[in-house]
Design a protein around this ligand. Structure first.
Ligand SMILES: [Zn+2]
Length: 240
C-alpha cells in the first residue's frame, strides 16, 4: 500500500510517500529551518535518515525553500526537472503573473503586502530528469510526469495507487473556498497547455494532493476544469 502524508509548513504543503519501509519526500513546505521538518517527521514516525529521495515538483521557492535543511538532515539526493534546476542552484525567482482573474487579484494583493518569501535560498539538485521519471527503482510504485502550464518546469508525481502530487498545477487560491487550476503562470496564453496537463493527471488519479489546500477528489478538480473551459469559451464568444 502506498500512503501519502500531507503536512503544511507556512504557506505551502509538503509530503511523504511511504510504501512499506520506503519513504520519499515531495516538496518542502514554505518555511526554512530544521525544527518544523523534524516536528513533522516525529509526528508521522519517520526517521529523517530513512528518507531515500527528495523531490521538488517545480522551481518555485515555496516548494523548495527548506530543501537545503532537508538534504542535510536526510542525506538523500534531491531530484527535480531539468528546467527547474537553475531556480534551485541559482536561487532564482521566476516571473509569474495572474493566469486568470483570481491570479491577477492575488498578484495585486502581493504587490501591496509584499512577497511572502522574499529570499530564495540556493540548493544543489543531485538528479535531473526530463520526460518521465520512474520511481520504481526507489521502491515507490509510481512515476513523475511533465505537467507544464503553471510553470514550464512543473511536474506531477503519479502513483499507481491513483494518488497524484501536483505542485501548483491544481491549487486552492488564497482566500478561495474551493479548488481551482493554477492561478499563476510563467507563460502567456498557457491555458491550453495547463488544461492538457490537468486532463492527463485526472486520467491517472482519483485523489489530487496540491501545494496549497487539499487533498482534492477527481470530481472536484474535474468540476474546476469544466468551469474554466466554459469561461474560456464564453470569453472567446464575446470577442467574436
Ligand atoms: Zn508554483
Amino acid at each position: 500500500m502506498t500512503e501519502v502524508i500531507q503536512y503544511t509548513i507556512g504557506m505551502s504543503n509538503g509530503f511523504f510517500i511511504r510504501s512499506g519501509e520506503t519513504v520519499i519526500a515531495v516538496d518542502s513546505g514554505g518555511e526554512m529551518g530544521d525544527g518544523p521538518f523534524l516536528d513533522v517527521c516525529r509526528k508521522h514516525g519517520i526517521d529523517p535518515r530513512s528518507i531515500a529521495l527528495l523531490v521538488v515538483t517545480h522551481g518555485h521557492v515555496d516548494h523548495f525553500v527548506n530543501m537545503g535543511a532537508m538534504k542535510a538532515l536526510t542525506k538523500a539526493p534531491l531530484l527535480c526537472h531539468k528546467l527547474a534546476a537553475p531556480f534551485l542552484w541559482e536561487g532564482l525567482k521566476p516571473d509569474v503573473f495572474g493566469r486568470n482573474a483570481l491570479g491577477r487579484a492575488v498578484m495585486a494583493r502581493q504587490a501591496i503586502e509584499g512577497d511572502p518569501i522574499p529570499f530564495v535560498p540556493k540548493v544543489e539538485p543531485d538528479i535531473l530528469f526530463e520526460g518521465t521519471y520512474d520511481l520504481k527503482p526507489w521502491g515507490i510504485d509510481g512515476k513523475i510526469i511533465e505537467t507544464p502550464g503553471h510553470s514550464k518546469c512543473s511536474t506531477a508525481v503519479i502513483l499507481d495507487s491513483g494518488q497524484a502530487l501536483v505542485g501548483d498545477t491544481i491549487a486552492q487560491p488564497p482566500g478561495a473556498s474551493t479548488v481551482g487550476l493554477a492561478f499563476l503562470s510563467d507563460t502567456e496564453n498557457s491555458d491550453a497547455v495547463l488544461f492538457d496537463s490537468v486532463e492527463r493527471i485526472l486520467s491517472a488519479a482519483h485523489t489530487v494532493y496540491s501545494g496549497h489546500g487539499g487533498p482534492f477528489s477527481r470530481d472536484e478538480v474535474m468540476a474546476a476544469l469544466l468551469e474554466e473551459k466554459a469561461q474560456q469559451s464564453q470569453t472567446a464568444g464575446a470577442a467574436e
